[in-house]
Design a protein around this ligand. Sequence first.
Ligand code: SAM
Length: 262
Amino acid sequence: MKIDIVSVFPEFFDVLRLSLLGKAQDKGLISIAAHDLRDWTHDVHHCVDDTPVGGGAGMVMKPEVWGECLDDLLRADAGRPTLIFPNPSAPLFTQSDATELSGADHLIFGCGRYEGYDARIPEHYRACGIDVREYSIGDYVLNGGEVAAAAMLEAITRLIPGFMGNPESIVEESYTGRNALLEHRQYTKPAQWRGLDVPTILLSGDHGKVDRYRRDEAMRRTDRIRPDLIGRLVCSELDKADLALLGSLGWDLSGEHPTRIE
Ligand code: SAM
């Protein structure tokens, strides 16, 4: 996968040389290039922003500079590019978006700053037939798109086959697959630490019981923290023990999806 990132702070992305992302680049699984948007300016001040049309505080990123930059990156494209603009007022980026995008050939992230980028930039490239996505990474406002782009990039690339040392470790994670739940809590040795015990069932060596304990724990946590995920489960795909537990937690399981009994 080829990844281009456009930012006014390209050095921010030096961290992507670390850890598994660095190894994936060394292996040739992904290539990442961070570009300075100011390289596409023509004025002496390398200006990328201007005042908002209609008035108001702050500055907005200019479409002409972005246009020249993205045209160049798209011209150098060999596969099917996907343009991604981090934006707090866009749909939420989820694990299923990460899964879908892990199969992409070429991702181009456009990092906004200031009050954001001119709305005609994504509109123009969509009209040109490019796959353009705008995503928020959460209900809060960051100073710029760099942190958001890095978060999405990491969530996407770790799902590329061959990225993880042990591919099993991404199979049963939170938010993953149909009937996704939050993951159960994890423990390691020692069995006792500062007066706190690992749940004894996890030490039993009985894999069936351990799996059931973890599944129940995942269900209880999801019910408590993210009941919206329980509401998306497909009842016909749950086993008897799942149904019994959810029933005891106050879910009606007679429909296609669980609904909370008021
Ligand atoms: N005026 C914008 C608003 O109120 O929605 C906020 C602009 S923010 C200060 C500047 C840039 O940071 C955005 O263009 C976007 O690229 C990025 N950004 C900030 N928060 C984000 C979030 N939650 N998710 C994704 N990108 C975000």
